[in-house]
Ligand binder design. Sequence first.
Ligand code: MIC
Ligand code: SF4
Length: 643
Amino acid sequence: MGLTVSEKIIREHIVEGKPEPGERVAIRIDQTLTQDATGTMAFLQLEAMRVDKCKTELSLSYVDHNMVQMGFENSDDHRYLQSVARKYGVKFSRSGNGICHQVHFERFAVPGKTLLGSDSHTPTAGGMGMFAMGAGGLDVASAMAGEPFWITYPRVTGIKLMGKLEDFVSAKDIILKVLSILSTKRNVDTVNEYFGDGLSNLTAQDRATITNMGAETGATTSIFPSDEITREFLIAQKRGESWKLLTADPDCVYDRIIEIDLSEIEPLVATPHSPGNVTPVSELAGIPVDQVCIGSCTNSSFRDLAVAAEILRGRTVALNTSLIIGPGSRQVLSMIADSGHLASLIASGARVAEATCGFCIGNGMAPGTDAVSLRTINRNFEGRSGTASAQVFLVNPEVAAASAITGEFTDPRTLGIPYPFISIPDTFPVDDSMIIDEYDPETEPVRGPNIGPPPINEPLPEKLIGTVQIKVGDKITTDHIMPAGKRLIYRSNIEKYSHFVFEGIDPAFPERCRKNLTAYLYNFIVAGYSYGQGSSREYAAICPMHLGVKAVFALSFERIHTANLVNFGILPLRFQSRNDYDNLETGHEIEVLNPCFGLAEGKPLSVMDHTSGHSFQVAHDLSERDIEMILAGGFLNWFSRRA
Ligand code: MIC
Ligand code: SF4
């Protein structure tokens, strides 16, 4: 039987386990990437692992998230990251060089290789046939230390694209269409793999937009084959030698096939507050728009900004609308400058931001109260923009530009202008001078006062008794658990950051947890389906751990967050019936009976609810290795014991 692209890469990298869907397998990681908001913790953890050198073929440390620098904290983190990169022989992409995923795609991604990144949009590199996954910082640190990465051998969803997109419809609409079919739930341990004749009409960057935002489905990754179009892109980046042909075998078997006729897609929009709420733009036409943001790792390539510039050429941004442009990389910025597109954006009244995540992570450009903000980014979780009451809609660059002109939701096909033709150059201006490549094991990392030691948990206690401190519903994202935006400065300071756990839902949560700990009681979280969607930020596990949370009870969990919980010694436990979820309320005092013994036996665990008198069982999907880790109190304890 033939193999899919995903299976080919996994099988080539497998070091342990059976290559069968549902089985746990360990794979070799060729490349890693980290970014500054998750990287400081990842490198502190790498230091704690006491290795002498980074063991991957290539590891990159990017500075792109925490760029606001209102105090010393972010700059200190960047200085630490630069020095620690030199200590371990990791390449360092300086601030200003661009967003990690865009720069990695341009300069380092390689078809057929594996990439692990401490950012959930690492699958961007899947646009050129790389098996690229997001993970918590600790997993990326352990890959840098030479450890393989454990995944569940995935089921592969084949997404067949046929035909060609109409004018003013672009790659963003394809992934929105996919999200409207797959939704943001129940895709854990699957891979979205693209095939079909429609691929010949999609550039490498179009494909990267699709694999980038595929993260919102919750799949392990998304991937395209590596073909002639990939080769042309790599040649244009002066990296032709990195190319190899990589396609699925004609007789490969997908777990499920979704067929999409590209010519039938119209401009789409994801409405608040989930990337999965997809509807045609035409249905919202006329709604006033206060802000338009074009950029982020999803839609900030040369084509995306050039098409927006051409739609805006000779026109002015509407009176009550603010337009912000965020180029994806220094390469993109220099290209739009050289081609004159930047001048037309500036002339239209756009505010041009630096090549960073910026507004996408709520770092500046927060919309006004109740404002409508149209963004080309990948996530519209409530409050992520920095304004709790803002309504954020996700659209393609064409819709964004058209709406910036009219000041209201506009289907760009109604503007009455021809679709601008953007020719992609045969060669891109390559300049890697902002990437530092040094190795000196004697380097002493520079630590500012905000940088604390990596937090360590205690082994799992024999007696697990405590209080349910919060009960939440379905699709709770890691943005809900650990807010970013103005709280980002505390990423290196767990004691401070942990004051903001569940800030937007229940700001008193941390205080209740702390109080309970003084009474020698532990804390628990109760959740519905798809707990831990979105960002890979391991702080959504670390900070609850710091507050004495020992278990999360949920109807289901997302992949990256489950791994993060295990890495920090928190039990991810699954309700076996909806009834049990319904019966368990905030404030209930509960006891997990014989947790250590039960886990070691590999059985479901029994829980006694002392408040209601109800008892129930919870299941888990933990491997033997996960159980060892939880019993030890997390990865770092487990790793040092093993060493
Ligand atoms: C995001 O898009 O949510 C982030 C910010 O890039 C995160 C990483 C983080 O929280 O630092 C992600 O996607 O993993
Ligand atoms: Fe940065 Fe936004 Fe991309 Fe996350 S999704 S890496 S915050 S640009």
